[in-house]
Design a protein around this ligand. Structure first.
Ligand code: ADP
Ligand code: MG
Length: 261
């Protein structure tokens, strides 16, 4: 991947947005966002439905390329690399920036193959190496003990919470630096949600994590920093404790106290 010629954000930031905007046709969905994602930390993105959280998150690994009328302005950088550079290798970007979606979306294949799939795509063929990566990834995703005796079973037979941890294992298997999570618990019961939250705490430090959530308690529990979006704008960004105990903006305060959203 190529470096942006003129922009080198400080090393403590994995992702940096500078006057970053996203449009769907003429609709300005994300408006001039400036924010940095601290390396090895968990950043929560909160805000009412339709405020541009998913749109912004999906730009970080270029998922919005799939939306025909979507375009961006400004700069989004990953390790100093311009994510929207013309000659950027998007497949490589997505290997380094993994994503977990709202609904668990395992492939209709075995548990083993779900995790091995992306690793095979990278050209790894040796069974012993694949076995090791599959086991390590499932362990990192806190799933190994539950599935080690049925690795060849179809992933679609697992519970929703297990499927979501499998999707996390699948993302980890290809050794990303960043994990993007778009409301990863919204389809899960409270017990599975708690497991995913524990897992996020486990993974922070090693990975830079960006999580969109509409659950304020979840943001408060899992994140180091919190960004509050409203109508496409980043209204307030700070440490999670500052945002939740001492918001500076009235809209932030109204939102976190449940007055709208
Ligand atoms: N593919 C699309 N085409 C046109 N408008 C879209 C598309 N996706 C999202 N939008 C609009 O962009 C705005 C932000 O949406 P989204 O990023 O999904 O918000 P959030 O994740 O905060 O709920 C909304 O007004 C939504 O209707
Ligand atoms: Mg969304």
């Amino acid at each position: 991947m190529e470096m942006s010629p003129n922009y080198h954000p400080p090393k403590e930031f994995a992702i940096s947005a500078k006057d970053f905007s996203v449009f769907y046709g003429s609709f300005h969905a994300v408006k001039n966002v400036n924010m940095d994602f601290e390396r090895g930390k968990v950043t929560a993105i909160i805000g009412p439905s339709g405020c541009g959280k998913s749109t912004f998150l999906r730009c970080i690994n270029r998922m919005n390329d799939l939306v025909e009328n979507c375009r961006t302005e400004g700069l989004l950088a990953f390790d100093g690399i311009d994510i929207y550079h013309k000659r950027l290798d998007v497949a490589e970007l997505r290997r380094r920036i993994g994503m977990v979606f709202q609904r668990p979306n395992p492939f209709p294949k075995s548990i083993y193959e779900n995790v091995a799939y992306g690793v095979r795509l990278k050209g790894v063929r040796k069974k012993a190496i694949l076995d090791e990566i599959v086991e390590n990834s499932l362990r990192r995703a806190a799933l190994w003990d539950e599935v080690k005796d049925r690795l060849s079973s179809n992933a679609l037979g697992m519970s929703g919470g297990q499927q979501q941890r499998l999707c996390i294992a699948r993302a980890l298997a290809i050794k990303p630096c960043v994990l993007l999570m778009d409301e990863p618990c919204s389809a899960l019961d409270p017990k599975s949600t708690a497991r995913i939250e524990d897992l996020i705490a486990e993974l922070s430090g090693e990975y830079t994590i960006a999580i969109v959530t509409h659950n304020m308690q979840q943001a408060a529990r899992v994140s180091d920093n919190t960004a509050f979006f409203y109508e496409g704008r980043l209204v307030e960004f700070g440490t999670t404790s500052q945002i939740f105990t001492n918001p500076k903006n009235k809209a932030t305060n109204d939102y976190i106290t449940g007055r709208f959203g």
